[in-house]
Design a protein around this ligand. Structure first.
Ligand code: 5GP
Length: 189
């Protein structure tokens, strides 16, 4: 699972790993409205608050959290079904969700779990990346900046940390981590 503030580049990293067929990208549920160009079922499962609650009540979510005033959650089916057939899964989740997954009791998930925190190189760069996205309103950017700084304090809870440089360097490090973890003897038993 990969966490990091908006603008850290974590979603791009996760998506690319999936595009290269190295892993399955877990498509989350969210109550947030789709941004321009986002597709239901591809970027997220966009749900009403009521439908999101039904998923919680049915026990269909592995974890869920409120982030930036919206609800986000990981479908158990997105993770468990893939792990069962030997496919790695990447999850792009916030620090609260990551905590819930760490304490989950499913043996298969516990064995497969790697947690990585992606940090932007500096506050200035983060601010410029959040501005540059161009899809969100001013107050949304300000809220994300505040949340980002708060979220960044959680990196010591993770086993791995990647300080973002360029897209290519970041991806090389990310993929190297995945490949190295697959060689870990405890995963082979
Ligand atoms: P965005 O709205 O920019 O796509 O995502 C906002 C935040 O929600 C990001 O920090 C992202 O990692 C987090 N997020 C996305 N999907 C999930 C999820 O399934 N669970 C949790 N806990 N957080 C998520």
């Amino acid at each position: 699972m990969v966490s990091g503030p908006s603008g850290s580049g974590k979603t791009t990293l996760c998506r690319r790993l999936a595009d290269e067929k190295e892993a399955h990208y877990s498509i989350s549920c969210t109550t947030r409205l789709p941004r321009d160009g986002e597709i239901d079922g591809k970027d997220y499962h966009f749900l009403s608050r009521k439908d999101f609650q039904s998923h919680i009540d049915a026990g269909a979510l592995l974890e869920h959290a409120k982030v930036h005033e919206n609800h986000y959650g990981t479908l158990k089916s997105e993770v468990v079904n893939q792990l069962a057939v030997g496919t790695d899964v990447v999850m792009d989740i916030d620090v609260q969700g990551a905590n819930q997954v760490r304490s989950c009791s499913d043996a298969q998930i516990k064995t497969a779990l790697i947690d990585l925190f992606v940090m932007p190189p500096s506050k200035e760069e983060l601010r410029s990346r959040l501005n540059g996205r161009g899809t969100d309103a001013e107050e949304v950017i300000a809220l994300r900046m505040r949340n980002a700084l708060e979220e960044m304090e959680h990196w010591p809870e993770y086993s791995y940390r990647l300080i973002s440089e360029t897209r290519e360097k970041d991806y090389l490090k990310f993929k190297s981590l995945m490949l190295a973890e697959r060689l870990r003897v405890s995963r082979l038993k």
